[in-house]
Each structure stands twice: as C-alpha cells, then as structure tokens.
Design a protein around this ligand. Structure first.
Ligand code: ASP
Length: 406
C-alpha cells in the first residue's frame, strides 16, 4: 500500500503542537531547550537568510526582464508602490485605533522595574534615502540590505533589457534559470520548516513557561483582531472592486500560501507558493514575478499593524499617553519601517525599535513582547503576503484594462 505524505502545512501544524507540549515539559530545564534544540531553529533561520538576498535579486530582475519594456516596469512599479504605501498606512492606523480603544485592558507596569529615559532620536528621511543606493556591488549582499539589493536588481534588469536584442535572449534565459535555482533552493529549505518551527518554538515555551502566553494574550488578541479586520476589509474591497475577483474566491485560493506564511513566518519563504496562488487567481506571471518579490520586501501591512498595536501597548505599560501628532509620526515611521523590513522571521520586531524611537518611547519595552514575537509574526506575515497577492491581482487587472483600451 502506498503511503500518503502529509501536506507540509499539516506537518508544520503538528510540529507547532509538539513544540508547545515539549516546551511545557521542559519548563523545569529550559537550558536543555536553549542549548540543544534552539540551535537547529537557528540553522533553519540562517538558511532562509542565506537564500533571501539572491532570491530577491534574481526574482525582481526576472520580473523586470520579462516585461521587456522599461516604461511598462515604471508604470507597474508606480501603481504597485502607491498601493503598497496606502494599504500599509491604513494598516498602522487600524492598529493604532483598535489598540487605543482597548488600551484600558493593558497592564501598567511599575516603571522601577523597567527604567525609562525619554529618547529624542528621530529617523532622518534624507539619510534613509541616501542609504537605499549602494556604493559597492557586493556590500548589499553582505549586509542583507534589501532595499539596496532591489535598486541593484532594477538597474541590472533595465541594463539587460537595453542590451538584449530580440533574436538572442541568452541574457534573459540566464536570469530566469538563476531565478528558478534560487526558488528551488528556497523550496528545499522550506521543506525543513516543521523541524524549524519545532526548534524555534519549543525553547520559547520552555524559557517563559506557558504563563507568558496568558499574560500577553490581550495584546495578541488585539493584534489578531486588527489582522483579520484589515484583511477582510481592505483586501476584500480592493480585490473585488479593482481586481474583479470575489473575496471568497480570493481567500479560498490564497489558503495554501496563507497557511505557509502562518507557519514559516517568512514572506520570502512563502514567495514560491504565493506566486502559484496569485497566478491561479488571475495574476499575470510577468506582473506577479515583479510585484510579489517586491512586496515580500517592501509591503508589510501585518507588520505595520503589529507596530501600531505594540507602540500603544508599550506606551500603556510605561504609563505614557501618546498624543495625536505622535500617532501620525508612528503611521509615517511604521510605513517606512515596513519598507525596510526583510521578509524573514522576526524582522518586524527589530524595526519596532525604530518606530518606538521616533516618538521617544522606551526601546526596552520590546522585551515585553519579544517572548511571544513568533505568535505576532505568524499572523503579521500571513497578512503581509495576502496584501502582496491582492496587489498582484489588481495590478494585472489594471494592466489588462489598459492594454484593452489601447
Ligand atoms: N516575518 C515577517 C515577514 O516575513 C516580517 C516581520 O517580522 O514582520 O513578512
């Protein structure tokens, strides 16, 4: 009798449950979990981080060259970035709104435990702008600087379009093969995610005990409420009005990618599956292979929501009330921060530091939510990739209408 292999998402779910059980069993000896189990989780994360840079580099380049027209790339890129920025700003606003409504349920901690000195650090826009452009070919890869990698891949992609003649498409073939290799390598790494998920989650539970989940349940609940509201409201509306796909068909078609994102907590790791789902839902291949890798790097609605909710949560814990201009600053910084967040597990938490700093909130507050970051991350990544797919469907539809008119 032939044995049927469990679907990856089922394997990951089982790993998740086992990790919690093993974590609880190991609460008496967390040292074992951190010394002998966590390193395997770190290996899994390292592999994802290792493949992310070449994957984004070649995937965006493949998207650009498949359009074979710089003007078209510009038009699609423009629409994409505008959609991404608007939905992200909306996402932070939802996060801030809900967290403000429910902030009464957040605990106020004794500030003696968590000393806090207001910080005046602000994010300098011009420095950020200059930082997007690489000054060395290799360094963006060494530093895993995603925005610099995107700029590099766009420039080389444009150069390829300009030098390639119609008969000889050797250059294009090379880019596509390189892209396929990176995608395959990523798929191979993602197959390890059940082990990765187990080894990452088990030490978290063992170290903090199951109680950590209880005390942070409220803020988690609010974040998840916002994730759902944003996905249902924004994506249903945009996908049905601009993309001509019914919301039910959209979410149903996206389920495999969403489950993968939920369990791997990596937008980039979900990229191959997300492309498959988006194309099945009507996204054009050339649009998807440009819009989705770009989105996996710069479009993070879920991350933006998380940053909005956590800012209010941390402020409440320190007994600080944020003013309206401070909240506007959060909207702006969280939108920009989400652009600079790599689509790998835990990246959003690092960027939370930047958001907190922009309004002078104590960065040490991150420690309050760090223990359950993985749980926030699973939800925010799911929202992140759903937003990317929605955009690819909408941009494809808009492109089709444009061509019809022309
Ligand atoms: N894990 C998220 C992603 O891959 C990024 C984050 O940490 O917010 O989209």
């Amino acid at each position: 009798m032939q044995k049927k292999k469990l679907a990856l998402s089922t394997q990951i779910f089982i790993a998740l449950v086992l990790a919690i059980i093993a974590g609880i069993a190991l609460t008496g000896a967390p040292g074992f979990a951190t010394s002998y189990i966590k390193p395997f989780g770190t290996i899994f994360l390292n592999l994802i981080k290792w493949i992310v840079c070449p994957l984004v580099f070649f995937s965006i380049m493949a998207g650009v060259v498949s359009m074979r027209d710089i003007k078209k790339v510009g038009a699609i890129g423009g629409t994409t970035v505008v959609y991404y920025m608007c939905t992200t700003a909306f996402a932070v606003a939802i996060g801030l709104l809900f967290a403000n409504i429910f902030k009464g349920i957040f605990p106020v901690l004794s500030t003696t435990d968590l000393a806090y000195e207001p910080s005046a650090t602000t994010v300098n826009f011009m420095d950020t702008l200059v930082g997007i452009f690489p000054s060395n070919f290799i360094k963006p890869f060494v530093d895993a600087s995603m925005l610099q990698i995107i700029v590099a891949s766009l420039i080389i992609g444009f150069a390829l379009i300009l030098i390639a003649d119609d008969k000889d498409n050797m250059e294009f073939t090379f880019v596509n093969v390189a892209n396929d290799i990176c995608m395959k390598a990523m798929e191979m790494i993602i197959k390890l995610s059940p082990i990765g998920v187990f080894c990452l989650l088990c030490p978290v539970v063992a170290e903090n005990g199951p109680a950590v989940l209880g005390s942070l349940a409220k803020v988690l609940l609010i974040a998840y409420l916002c994730y759902i509201v944003h996905a249902v409201l924004v994506y249903s509306l945009t996908v049905s009005t601009l993309g001509h796909v019914s919301p039910i068909a959209f979410f149903k078609g996206m389920m495999p990618a969403m489950m993968m994102a939920f369990s791997s907590a990596s937008s980039v790791g979900t990229l191959p599956l997300n492309m498959e789902c988006a194309e099945k839902l009507g996204a054009d291949k050339e649009v998807a292979s440009f819009v989705l890798p770009l989105g996996a790097t710069i479009n993070m609605d879920g991350t933006a929501i998380y940053q909005g909710v956590c800012s209010i949560f941390i402020a409440s814990c320190f007994g600080i009330n944020l003013t309206f201009p401070q909240m506007l600053t959060i909207v702006l910084t969280a939108t920009l921060a989400s652009i600079g967040t790599a689509g790998v597990p835990g990246a959003g938490m690092v960027m939370l530091a930047m958001v907190l700093q922009s309004v002078g909130l104590p960065v040490e507050g991150i420690a309050l939510v760090a223990g359950v970051d993985r749980i926030f991350d699973m939800g925010r990544t799911t929202v992140n990739i759903t937003g990317d797919a929605a955009c690819s469907i909408i941009v494809s539809e808009l492109q089709r209408r444009k061509t019809k008119k022309a």
